[in-house]
Design a protein around this ligand. Structure first.
Ligand SMILES: [Zn+2]
Length: 113
């Protein structure tokens, strides 16, 4: 499962940081996930619940902030949101776009005690 590998590294980071900061129990993890990954929130929550078992993050709340995709046309510099899998520019119809936003994947912050 794709989401498992995405989230494993993030959990490792939180666990390492929590141990370093002498936090016994993490209560909440705020995640930022770009639309690019196509990860469903419920799948991420499921992966999170499995992967945090037996760690300081076990039982913590996972909050997900989604970032929408934004592309920029390399031909005319027009910025647009892609519709489905059509990445052609609505302004000049060129299919030559660069990803501006939507590839974020990180832990914004976490709370613990
Ligand atoms: Zn264009």
């Amino acid at each position: 499962m794709h989401e498992l590998s995405l989230i494993q590294a993030l959990i490792d980071m939180v666990v390492k940081s929590a141990i370093e900061n002498n936090i016994k129990k993490v209560t909440k993890v705020q995640l930022v996930v770009g639309e690019y990954y196509g990860a469903l929130p419920e799948t991420l929550e499921f992966a999170f619940a499995i992967l945090t078992e037996g760690t300081v993050c076990a039982g913590s709340e996972l909050a997900i902030e989604k970032r929408t995709l934004l592309l920029k046309c390399r031909e005319c510099a027009y910025e647009f949101r892609p519709e489905g899998y059509l990445y052609s520019c609505p302004n000049c119809t060129a299919v030559n776009a660069a990803l501006v936003k939507g590839r974020e994947l990180y832990v914004d912050y976490y709370e613990g005690e």
